[in-house]
Ligand binder design. Structure first.
Ligand code: GLN
Length: 515
């Protein structure tokens, strides 16, 4: 197989090829670095999915896997050993920088590994590098990275979504077969939707948050970014499971996810559609495509049922109070005194002057905006009116889901109301960026699992995402639905969706646009 063919396999196909010794992990890992050097470019031109590359160490791990595979210990290897992976830059890693795309942490090296990183190291997945994101995961476009935006491989003039635009773009552009992301209000699913890839926000507590740089702790979850549902389920099994180091970690076992994703059977599945989420703000192309798909699902044996969720429209405002409140508390640790960026003003600066100068220089506008909002929402006199009301709405949203799941197995919505926006369009308009999150936020507020898969093309021939949500811990059902619909659409397209991504060449990368 040529390097160009190798990088286009799914992660599970790569794992199989390695087990059968059709190719080696060194070949596979090299092929990915060659692709990265070809299309990732720099902050100025190219995709710019990666902030740091880990080439020497990744190739060392790959060589170790190949050696073990050749020897008598081949059977002790993890089934996915040797398949490379990319990691979002807010997940801490020993031996590589972790910046969360913030000047505040520029050059910072973690003294420990996140639990998910420990697991992928134990399975011997070579880590390709750390991916770009909105600063501290705050944003929906990856334009709020302190180190330059990531560009969408489908159209370099558009954003890849955010905050995990780097992981999604790396996977879409065949620079990594799979990647880790984090999702507080949609940061795995929305970039998946915008780049024609797959992304999961697991049930809260399914995947350990130990070593994830906290944004809003009651909403954050780590999850997979992949090109297929089966790959997402496989990676979810690998990173999921109980962890003593995370007090909110569940005891549930996640062993059946891959099998569920590969079942390819929709019969008898009750798919809910929300009557409330079809209003204005949704693009026509999106609406048409989703209606078409619902019809196909009915024909394939699923039961499509309209359910109502009267409080869902308050989820977005509730999130934009709860999230900044938690952000304001989590960001307080970046004071320029203990670690991270320190700016000492000239003269006899006091401690609070050092803190203020460090924060002023270290945080970008979006992070500052959220710290201010959250501090205000939590201030005495307002805390009950804002934070308290938002928490009550959160309970109502959870109850809406509980009621809906009495009648349906999964709820299907688009992942985002529109396709990816042109770079720059939402930069000066945070409100319009926040509105993007209307469909992804409810799952975080309710702690339920949600998977986004490609649903086809809408406006400007850009991909749109289909989101499947299920009850807490019902990952198996959600993967079963997503996998079956993916298979159905694949038969309709005649090929896996990710093969439709436009070709990238060095000329396109240099020019910044597709011909
Ligand atoms: N786009 C959402 C926000 O800006 C979600 C971010 C996330 O999931 N990390 O808050």
């Amino acid at each position: 197989m040529t390097p160009a063919e190798l990088i286009r396999l799914t992660a599970l196909e790569m794992a199989e090829g390695l087990r059968n010794k059709t190719f080696s992990s060194v070949e596979l890992t090299r092929a990915h670095f060659a692709r990265i050097h070809e299309v990732d470019g720099t902050a100025e031109a190219g995709i710019h999915a990666f902030l740091h590359l880990n080439e020497t160490e990744a190739l060392r791990v790959a060589a170790e896997v190949d050696e073990l595979r050749a020897g008598s210990q081949a059977d002790t290897l993890h089934p996915y050993a040797g398949v490379p992976i990319a990691v979002k830059d807010n997940i801490v890693t020993i031996g590589q920088p972790t910046t969360a795309a913030s000047k505040m942490l520029e050059g910072w090296m973690s003294p420990y590994d996140a639990t998910v990183v420990r697991k992928i190291r134990e399975a011997k997945l070579p880590i390709l590098g750390k991916t770009n994101m909105d600063e501290f995961a705050m944003g929906s476009t990856t334009e709020h990275s302190a180190f330059g935006t990531t560009r969408n491989p489908w159209d370099l003039g558009r954003t890849p979504g955010g905050s995990g635009g780097g992981s999604a773009a790396a996977v879409a552009a065949f620079m990594a077969p799979w990647a880790l992301g984090s999702d507080t209000g949609g940061s795995i699913r929305e970039p998946a939707a915008f780049t024609g890839t797959v992304g999961t926000k697991p049930t809260y507590g399914s995947v350990s948050r130990y070593g994830l740089i906290a944004m809003a702790s009651s909403l954050d979850q780590i999850g997979p970014a992949t090109r297929t549902t089966a790959d997402a389920a496989a990676l979810h099994e690998l990173i999921g499971g109980h962890d003593q180091k995370d007090a909110t970690s569940l005891q549930t076992s996640w062993d059946g996810l891959l099998a569920a994703a590969q079942r390819r059977d929709l019969s008898g599945l009750r798919i809910g559609v929300l009557s409330e989420l079809q209003g204005p703000g949704f693009s026509d192309g999106m609406r048409r495509r989703v209606d078409q798909i619902l019809e196909m699902l009915g024909e394939a044996g699923a039961e499509v049922i309209t359910v109502d969720a009267p409080h869902m429209r308050y989820a977005l405002p509730a999130y934009y109070l709860i999230m900044p409140s938690e952000v304001s508390s989590n960001m307080a640790r970046y004071d320029g005194l203990r670690y991270g960026n320190r700016v000492v003003p000239p003269g006899d600066a006091t401690v609070s002057e050092v803190m203020a100068a460090s924060r002023a220089a270290g945080f970008g506008d979006e992070v500052k905006r959220r710290i201010i909002l959250g501090t205000y929402a939590l201030s005495a006199g307002y805390v009950d009116a804002y934070y308290g009301s938002a928490q009550r709405v959160r309970t109502l949203v959870q109850r809406d889901f509980t009621k809906a799941f009495e009648r349906v197995d999964v709820i299907l919505t688009p992942t985002a109301p529109t396709v990816a926006v042109p770079i720059g369009e939402q930069l000066s308009d945070p409100m319009s960026m926040y509105l993007n999150d209307v469909l992804t936020i409810p799952a975080n507020l309710a702690g339920i699992p949600a998977v986004s898969i490609p649903g086809g093309l809408a406006e400007h021939d850009m991909p749109l995402g289909l989101q499947f949500q299920g009850p807490p811990r019902a990952e198996e059902t959600v993967y079963r639905a997503a996998g079956a619909v993916e298979h159905l659409l694949e038969q309709d397209f005649g090929a896996p969706f990710y093969t439709r991504a436009p070709e990238l060449t060095p000329a396109i990368i240099a020019e910044g646009e597709h011909a």
